[in-house]
Design a protein around this ligand. Structure first.
Ligand SMILES: [Zn+2]
Length: 616
């Protein structure tokens, strides 16, 4: 999918930058320019200026700079295409589709989105209807404010199975569309289709851009709806089934709010249900997300990592403190090991028995919940605790046995760089536990309590001098990046190698990660658009350094005029050669020579490197 520069210009012209920004932060007019307190760094007096004539913003405090698309990408934490679509909707423009088929598909989807939006409004109106006051009172009694109910568009589905159908028919939607959107069920007895959600509190599920794509519905509690005698006990929660717009396994409830929170540097917290997400958001923990009625999937874990703009991505997974919670955590840890990458992990937090975040915030306030989050353990410590807690290892066989189990576990870490560190930490832990202690037993404590809480984000790690002083390394890395920028269509073929190429030059590595992020979202993007996006994300200088003749002269395959069909093979060959020569991958080659703990510590720091730019 590519967009013409003409379309993008038209989009920028239709929008007034200060208005778009003013919908998101407080903007004050000052002469020909507008001013605001910069949303990208913390400040008390405004140094963020907006120039509507020139269509750019600039912050004199932190140097943030860009156009309206760049602002939305950064502020709303969206990929380029999502930012463009968001802005096009605000400008009342249609993003052009390439083929008539794509246009027809988009039209159908648009109708479904509108249907779901109208349904959301219908449910909201019914929650405000005095006949359903008990439903609204129930939410208010649970501690939700009117504001947060409105923000999350919580509603109520009336008991009347035809009410929604009448409402939507009056707006010219067909039964077929309503069934397709998942809000109506066909009757199995030949009668009229009827509402899927009845007599339930409704939670619209927004996609990353905030459009409703599905619903979750909760029954009212027993004191409001005494259970009827009979065989059928309605499930507490039901969700829309899968539709063209709703893919349960890859989406998380709360994504638009959490995305913005992640962009503001808040930690993402995975909780269990709709009400947990809303209660957290109301308490100021706006990075809360929940899977919808299922255990967390690989896709959801990866999606959480993608939402975090920093190099170090460590969301927190929150589980019940009971046996079921531990089992769920165990399953999550099994899913996670093969997915780990340098800088990517999770922490685990366990709720006190019988509490969920919603109830805990109600009983002990947000501080009580934050205390639980603060006592979280790393994935490594979780696994260690899982095998050792509450057990006694009196004999050599038992000790060897548990070590074997842990080694097997560590073998599931697919990323070699991370695995090296898991192995070394395991050795350390085994040695301090079994070779220095007299007692080989572990006290049984709260599941999350053993082992120290690790907060890697807080450590200040010195910047490493750029290794690209070395000329060969520089040309090697520049050429590889230039080829991908100039020929984005090779991405799929080189993705794995590009992923492994961890550059010690911080700016270049961030550029590499940005390229990967954009291309994973949109592998068919055009060169020009890609470059524009990267420049908008603040990489103008790096692009200038990389995409120029002084690089192409050394490696013709990376120039824009190189033959498309040759680029990928030359890229892979060059990568292989450079790789064996140890270029551009000091981190990885460093692993092979880890000789003492100090070196190892250095390498670990390198991987967890958090630069000062990350805070901007
Ligand atoms: Zn700033």
């Amino acid at each position: 999918m590519s967009l013409s520069p003409h379309f993008l210009d038209e989009l920028r012209n239709r929008l007034t930058l200060s208005e778009i920004i003013g919908r998101r932060i407080k903007v004050t007019r000052a002469g020909r320019e507008s001013k605001a307190c910069c949303p990208f760094h913390s400040e008390k007096s405004p140094s963020f200026t907006i120039n509507d004539d020139k269509q750019f913003y600039h912050c004199f405090g932190c140097g943030a700079h860009g156009d309206v698309i760049g602002f939305i990408m950064k502020h709303d934490n969206l990929a380029f295409m999502d930012a463009v679509e968001t802005l096009a909707a605000e400008a009342g423009m249609q993003v052009p589709k390439q083929t008539p088929q794509a246009a027809a598909k988009a039209k159908k989807e648009k109708d479904l989105y509108e249907l779901l939006e109208d349904t959301t409004v219908f449910f909201e109106q019914h929650l405000r209807d005095s006949r359903n006051a008990d439903a609204l009172n129930y939410l208010l009694e649970r501690g939700l404010s009117q504001e947060i109910i409105a923000e999350f568009k919580v509603g109520f589905a009336p008991d009347d199975g035809q009410a929604l159908r009448k409402f939507l028919s009056a707006k010219d939607y067909t039964d077929k569309d309503m069934i397709k959107a998942g809000v109506l069920r066909p009757s199995t007895r030949g009668g009229d289709p009827y509402a899927f959600f009845r007599d339930r509190v409704m939670f619209p599920v927004p996609d990353r851009r905030g459009r409703t794509v599905a619903f979750g519905g909760r029954i009212l509690p027993d004191h409001l709806r005494p259970p009827q005698r009979g065989d059928f006990v309605p499930p507490k929660y039901i969700n829309s089934s899968e539709t063209v717009l709703f893919h349960k396994g890859s989406m998380l409830y709360g994504e638009p709010t959490a995305r913005r929170a992640a962009a503001d540097g808040q930690t993402l917290v995975l909780v269990e249900g709709y009400l947990d997400v809303i209660a957290c958001a109301q308490a100021g923990i706006r990075g809360a997300l929940a899977p919808m009625g299922t255990a967390v999937t690989e896709e959801q874990l990866i999606s959480m990592w993608k939402m975090i703009p920093d190099f170090t991505k460590i969301p927190l997974l929150c589980f019940d403190g009971d046996n079921a919670g531990r089992k769920a955590a165990r399953r999550a840890s099994e899913r996670l090991l093969p997915l780990l990458e340098p800088g990517r992990s999770v922490n685990f937090a366990f709720m006190p028995d019988g509490e969920d975040p919603d109830s805990l915030i109600k009983s002990s306030g947000v501080k009580g919940f934050q205390k639980i989050l603060g006592s979280s353990v790393s994935l490594f410590d979780f696994i260690w605790n899982f095998y050792t807690q509450g057990r006694v290892f009196k004999t050599p066989e038992l000790r060897a046995g548990v070590i074997k189990q842990l080694e097997n576990e560590v073998a599931h870490v697919a990323n070699q760089e991370v695995q090296v560190h898991y192995k070394s930490q395991l050795r350390e832990k085994v040695s301090e536990t079994f070779f220095k202690r007299k007692e080989y037993g572990f006290k049984k404590r709260d599941f999350g309590g053993y082992g120290k809480s690790r907060n890697q984000g807080g450590a200040v790690i010195p910047m490493r001098p750029p290794s690209t002083k070395n000329r060969a390394t520089r040309i090697f890395t520049h050429a590889l990046l230039a080829a991908v920028i100039n020929h984005p269509h090779i991405f799929e073929g080189v993705e794995d190698a590009l992923c492994e190429l961890t550059l010690s030059d911080v700016a270049l590595d961030r550029l590499r990660q940005n390229i990967m992020g954009i291309l994973s979202d949109d592998p068919l993007i055009e060169r020009k658009v890609l470059i524009e996006q990267l420049k908008n994300s603040g990489f103008a200088q790096e692009i200038g350094d990389i995409c120029n003749e002084s690089v192409y002269v050394h490696a013709s395959f990376c120039s824009p005029s190189a033959k498309e069909e040759d680029v990928q093979s030359s890229w892979l060959k060059s990568w292989q050669d450079g790789h064996s020569a140890g270029l551009g991958n000091e981190i990885q080659s460093g692993w092979k020579n880890v000789s003492c703990e100090e070196d190892e510590e250095k390498l670990r720091n390198l991987l967890l490197m958090k630069t000062s730019d990350d805070e901007i």
